[in-house]
Design a protein around this ligand. Structure first.
Ligand code: SF4
Ligand code: SF4
Length: 428
């Protein structure tokens, strides 16, 4: 008999919800991994049963258990579909933390989580040094040389695919092109704050700059603290809640130095996790009020420009569609706002994307740790994009942008992918 696991017992739903869950199964139809295998254990309900069995000591931690938890995208589409309100994300993240502390963590995933996430993504200086080196690599002849070695079958083809999937490092990082205080253009309407993130800081500096420019052009003063760090979402979703909490504390301190009404997020994953800070610190006497006030002021860009400062948009003749980032639509429940903004543009040709809320397979580091599964999920998304006939896909998360660009390029489709912030900033 295996041992009872108190950490997992603590995240299980009540017994009456669990008994409903056995007979329900409404989440199966929206689960990309169940769709791939048609195996119950690869479905949300199947994984809940596995977590319950390990929690109650009926089943030990095992390779099958670890594999199913890592196979899950943590896209949270099952949470949106669940009529009983089961908080599946909390369960899978707790299960991943247990796997992380065991010998069932696959080597490649362990390398990424223990070294890259902990010592690079979590430490801005290290991330910037590593990114600068990657920038020089990307600008050199080495990527072409790598392709040659792959063509000659000296190196595995997957290595070249992963290389081509990686977003390009920005020439200048966001923290060097965005001032700590950006004044509004014209009369000030509101004080805002902005998190430029970790990977977004070094790989998507143009989107960050577009976001701050868009805010400024629409009457916002923007506070962007220089001592901010990664929000911690990648760590929390990948079994390292301790590092996530340390990062969250640093951000509470950095953003606490200035008064602002809203923190505007341009990254679905970061926004979702910053809205969670208040739950993370709910039992911390010193930080609970600070974290609650912080989380309550976080707004996704589309929420902000739909509900707080509505935009006055000009004409644009373009055929576009919109892909929902999982952590925006499923975690933050933001669905109508980006559509409302896009459809308010005169002349826009908008076509709703079939399965717009279905994951694109990027899912944080999933496209690196589970490359083959990620590509199968991406193929489905690309097929749906092609069917819209759109010239541009708009989305709200950097990971989705890199993944969709890769899939469209691979399929020789001339469809541009653009972040909502850059798309809107281009209209002013
Ligand atoms: S989070 Fe996504 S992949 Fe994981 S079980 Fe839920 S729907 Fe399936
Ligand atoms: S929809 Fe909710 S209650 Fe139904 S099987 Fe899925 S997790 Fe369980």
């Amino acid at each position: 008999m295996a041992k009872i696991n108190d950490n997992l017992l603590g995240v299980l739903p009540d017994d009456d919800i669990l008994s409903q869950c056995i007979h329900c199964g409404m989440c199966l139809a929206v689960c990309p991994t169940y769709e791939l295998t048609k195996l119950e254990r690869s479905s949300p309900r199947g994984r809940i049963k596995l977590i319950k069995s390990v929690a109650e000591g009926v089943m030990p931690l095992s390779n099958i258990f670890a594999d199913e938890m890592i196979f899950c995208l943590d896209c949270q589409a099952c949470e949106t579909a669940c009529p009983a309100g089961v908080k599946y994300g909390v369960m899978v993240e707790a299960a991943r933390a247990e796997i992380d502390n065991s010998s069932y963590n696959p080597f490649f995933a362990r390398l990424i989580k223990k070294i890259i996430l902990k010592y690079f993504v979590a430490i801005p200086q290290n991330l910037k040094i590593a990114s600068r080196l990657l920038y020089y690599y990307q600008q050199s002849f080495l990527p072409l040389f790598l392709k040659k070695l792959v063509n000659l079958k000296i190196l595995s083809g997957k290595l070249a695919e992963l290389d081509s999937l990686s977003p390009k490092v920005s020439k200048k990082f966001s923290d060097s092109v965005i001032n700590e205080i950006t004044e509004p253009v014209g009369e000030k309407k509101i004080d805002t704050a902005f998190l430029y993130g970790c990977l977004m800081n070094v790989m998507f500096a143009d989107i960050n700059k577009d976001t701050v420019d868009l805010l400024s052009k629409n009457g916002c003063k923007v506070f962007t603290p220089k001592d901010q760090v990664c929000c911690g979402s990648l760590h929390a979703h990948n079994g390292d809640p301790e590092t996530a909490k340390k990062l969250a504390k640093k951000n509470l301190r950095a953003f606490g130095k200035h008064n602002y009404e809203y923190l505007v997020s341009n990254s679905a994953g970061c926004g979702a996790f910053m809205k969670e800070y208040k739950h993370i610190f709910k039992d911390d006497e010193e930080l609970k009020d600070i974290a609650e006030s912080f989380s309550d002021r976080v707004k996704d860009l589309s929420e902000f420009f739909s509900d707080i400062i509505p935009l006055k948009l000009t004409n644009k003749n373009e055929k576009v569609t919109y892909h929902d980032a999982c952590h925006l639509v499923h975690s933050q429940k933001v669905f109508s706002q980006p559509r409302k903004i896009i459809n308010s543009i005169l002349g826009i040709g908008y076509t709703e994307l079939n399965e717009a809320t279905w994951c694109c397979g990027s899912a944080g580091i999933y496209n690196v740790t589970r490359f083959d599964d990620s590509m199968k999920i991406l193929d489905r998304k690309i097929k749906n994009i092609k069917e819209t006939g759109a010239d541009k896909v708009i989305t709200s998360n950097p990971g989705c942008i890199a993944q969709l660009e890769y899939g469209l390029r691979k399929n020789n489709l001339h469809v541009k992918v653009e972040h909502l912030a850059s798309f809107l900033n281009g209209l002013f």
